[in-house]
Design a binder for this molecule. Sequence first.
Ligand SMILES: C[S@@+](CC[C@H](N)C(=O)[O-])C[C@H]1O[C@@H](n2cnc3c(N)ncnc32)[C@H](O)[C@@H]1O
Length: 229
Amino acid sequence: MTRRIYRLHVACVILALLFCLPTFGDEPAPRAPAPVMTFHGAEWLERPEREQEEMPAEVIKTMGLKPGDVVADIGCGTGYFTRRMAKAVAPDGKVYANDIQPEFIEMLKVNCAKEGITNFEPILGAEDDPKLPKGGIDWILLTDVYHEFQQPKPMLARMLESLKPDGKVALIEYRLLGDTAAHIKKEHRMSVKQVLAEWNEAGFELVDLQEFLPSQHFFIFKRDPDRTK
Ligand SMILES: C[S@@+](CC[C@H](N)C(=O)[O-])C[C@H]1O[C@@H](n2cnc3c(N)ncnc32)[C@H](O)[C@@H]1O
């Protein structure tokens, strides 16, 4: 009888371990990319509450964008951040505004035209390549985008190639852990651990991690000289 109870106990422990293996707490490992948000959701990207929820002016201030900078907005959607960054780097700077959905590129053009913004270049990218000029970018911004990359590894590799030697990347992702982003589906959120695992492996080094946004992590990365000779 005692032996049967012991065996049952061992079986329960093994089962529990098996259920826990694919996750670390709340962080699925490996992470699966989220489905790409389609252009049908464009209105959500232009909602007025974004000013308070995602504080674009504070984000751009933290990046320290200045006139003359060359910036890439990867996964630009309707151009919510493209337009704001284009104003920050004008008159001599420009924004490469990239997306994989031609419909978003069209909306970006219309939205920029409405505000008289001309210092941007639309780029229709591919799922594994943002098609940016090599070695010419001061800053790349990825807002609510990276978790949707279906092919994150080649995207990160191409991003590294596009940066100037001292170029940086601003990455904004909804928090997976805690409840500050509970209104966002889990698959569209990431933990610091998940981001660092993928970005360090790809040759990026964390420069700063800001947590002033209400629901999102705000990472700043640069090229890791030890991994990208
Ligand atoms: C949630 S929207 C965010 C749009 C914009 N960054 C913003 O904050 O308003 C995600 C965007 O990422 C784009 N996207 C997904 N995968 C991409 C990829 N591999 N390259 C470029 N854009 C991509 C989608 O088409 C979509 O426009």
